[in-house]
Design a protein around this ligand. Structure first.
Ligand SMILES: Nc1ncnc2c1ncn2[C@@H]1O[C@H](COP(=O)(O)OP(=O)(O)OP(=O)(O)O)[C@@H](O)[C@H]1O
Ligand SMILES: [Mg+2]
Length: 508
């Protein structure tokens, strides 16, 4: 080995040494030490609440560590804020969206270094820069669009475009694909491979095992704020990685079909929404879990939203337990026993400034109150029960804003599970939820269907999840029901084939 090579190998891109960070009584990070090599993709994994996002905060100066140091290319750095970090070539795409919704894509991407023409902002140049950047990354987005109008996935791409700068030393992506479909995620994989080839070190935080496997050179596992292991990816088997994360083995089991499905609870006929979907007809029986699969933009989520009364222009008929139910408003549909967990939890799913208890109890108020009075003890008992069932990490009186991303998702889910509905519409129920808890969520869904006799309709891009929990799969292609597959006979390939229309194989 030449002196040069030895020297290069000896200086890590980033060294984390004895980093600790507490939030009052919660030790989010305790004495974390590991290195990241130059030009590698380093996966950072761990259960919800393990401390991953806190570490991102400490590295980028969003948070200040209580103890420990961070070294960039061998020199100690202590950033005061993320802008400071960016100036040194360290950028992050945070788990919580961080864009200015009332500004355009271009204005969001070019923040900080606005091009000028004399004293004036050079708008045309700003747009040109934003467009070039988006194109280089393979994202087809009009820089004039307002961020407020973007889908979750599009907003994610804008954040990434903003973070990527020439000469980037370290790029941290905190669950960048949790809201993306496989094809969108694929574009991101290509992008990080290119950055890696250019010498940037990537920190990739994810709960998706398949992408960790295909991307990561090195894997670091955190558990309860502690560093468990840093290993070359090739030397760490899936099972060992999961054991390091959760302290036990976990496997996604494919469950048996519903033994006996009962009467039809949700009957949907000829549902049409101009420009979005057409001729959608299907049933969900009590005790049954039906998955809705398809590419993003195929109309999957819109179907669930329309059933919940969020699209007043929809036509067609819906029956709940044999009773006609016009989906004219969410309030009317909730009264009929239909509840909906939206994909965008932060906007619609939880109230971050309230406690876990308040969030879980809110939709169940009618059930919990007696003669109009709230029953705090019953509220707390309900919250405690859900906290236990979903392993939510946090005190039931803690504000939801203080929880980790995955734990916030669990609260959103708990809110609706606690209402004991007849029909449960779930949009991406396990986005951002760690592998261990995912299995618990699936178990809960199954119990709700089999024991509580709910009819569950689940929109999911996670094909292993679709195969693990559903009894049947409705595949939507361009707003039409392309196939109905029996989950027992379905495979990821047959679902994708029906979703893309590549072959008719497996489709009925
Ligand atoms: N601002 C805060 N105030 C109080 N507690 C916090 C705060 N931020 C994080 N925590 C706590 O620190 C712990 C670690 O949280 P962190 O967000 O780092 O987890 P994570 O590994 O990113 O989890 P996830 O996979 O769910 O995103 C959690 O127990 C969380 O509740
Ligand atoms: Mg996090």
């Amino acid at each position: 080995m030449s002196e040069n090579e030895a020297g290069a190998a000896a200086v890590p891109r980033l060294s984390i040494r004895g980093v600790a960070k507490s939030f009052e009584a919660i030790h989010a990070l305790r004495d974390v030490t590991f290195d990241l090599a130059p030009g590698e993709i380093h996966a950072l994994v761990g259960e919800n609440g393990a401390g991953k996002s806190t570490l991102v905060g400490v590295i980028t100066g969003l948070l200040q560590a209580d103890r420990g140091t961070v070294m960039l290319n061998g020199t100690e750095v202590r950033f005061h804020n993320p802008l400071d970090a960016r100036a040194a070539g360290v950028a992050a795409v945070f788990q919580d969206p961080n864009l200015f919704p009332h500004l355009s894509i271009a204005e969001n991407i070019v923040t900080g270094a606005y091009p000028r023409k004399g004293l004036l902002l050079d708008r045309a140049e700003m747009k040109r820069q934003a467009r070039t950047k988006l194109e280089q990354l393979g994202f087809d987005l009009d820089p004039d669009r307002l961020v407020a109008e973007l889908t979750v996935a599009e907003a994610q791409f804008v954040e990434i475009a903003r973070a990527v700068e020439p000469g980037l030393q370290l790029l941290i992506l905190d669950e960048p694909t949790s809201a993306l479909t496989p094809s969108e995620a694929g574009r991101l994989y290509t992008m990080v491979q290119a950055l890696k080839a250019a010498g940037t070190t990537i920190v990739w935080i994810s709960h998706r095992m398949d992408e960790i496997r295909s991307l990561a050179d090195t894997i670091t596992v955190l558990r309860d704020g502690q560093h468990v292991i840093t290993s070359p990816a090739a030397e760490l088997a899936d099972d060992d990685m999961i054991k390091a994360m959760v302290g036990r083995s976990v496997a996604l089991h494919r469950v048996s079909r519903a033994e006996e499905t009962g009467a039809v609870r949700l009957k949907v006929r000829d549902l049409n929404l101009a420009g979005t979907f057409a001729d959608i007809s299907f049933d969900v029986a009590e005790g049954e879990i039906v998955a809705v699969a398809g590419l993003v933009g195929s109309g999957r989520s819109e179907i669930a939203q329309a059933i919940f009364g969020l699209s007043p222009q929809v036509t067609g008929t819906i029956e709940v337990d044999g009773q006609p139910a016009t989906p004219d408003s969410p309030a009317a549909m909730s009264r009929r026993g239909v509840v909906y967990l939206p994909e965008d939890r932060d906007a619609e799913g939880v109230i971050a400034s309230m406690s876990i208890t308040a969030n879980v109890a809110l939709p169940s108020i009618r059930k919990l109150s007696r003669a109009g009075f709230m029953a705090p003890r019953r509220e707390r008992a309900l919250a405690a029960e859900q906290r236990e069932a979903l392993s939510i990490k946090g005190d039931i009186e803690a504000l939801v804003s203080s929880l980790s991303g995955g734990n916030r998702q669990k609260v959103a889910l708990a809110r609706w599970l606690a209402t004991n509905p007849r029909v449960l519409l779930l949009d991406e129920p396990t986005h951002g939820i760690d592998v261990g808890t995912k299995v618990q969520v699936h178990e809960i869904m199954r119990n709700l269907a089999r024991k509580e006799r709910m009819a569950i309709l689940m929109v999911s891009s996670d094909l292993p999840e679709v195969l693990a929990v559903s009894d049947r799969v409705l595949v939507i292609r361009r707003g039409r029901l392309a196939a109905t597959l029996d989950t027992e006979q379905a495979t990821q390939e047959s679902i994708m084939a029906a979703a893309t229309g590549r072959t008719e194989e497996g489709a009925k």
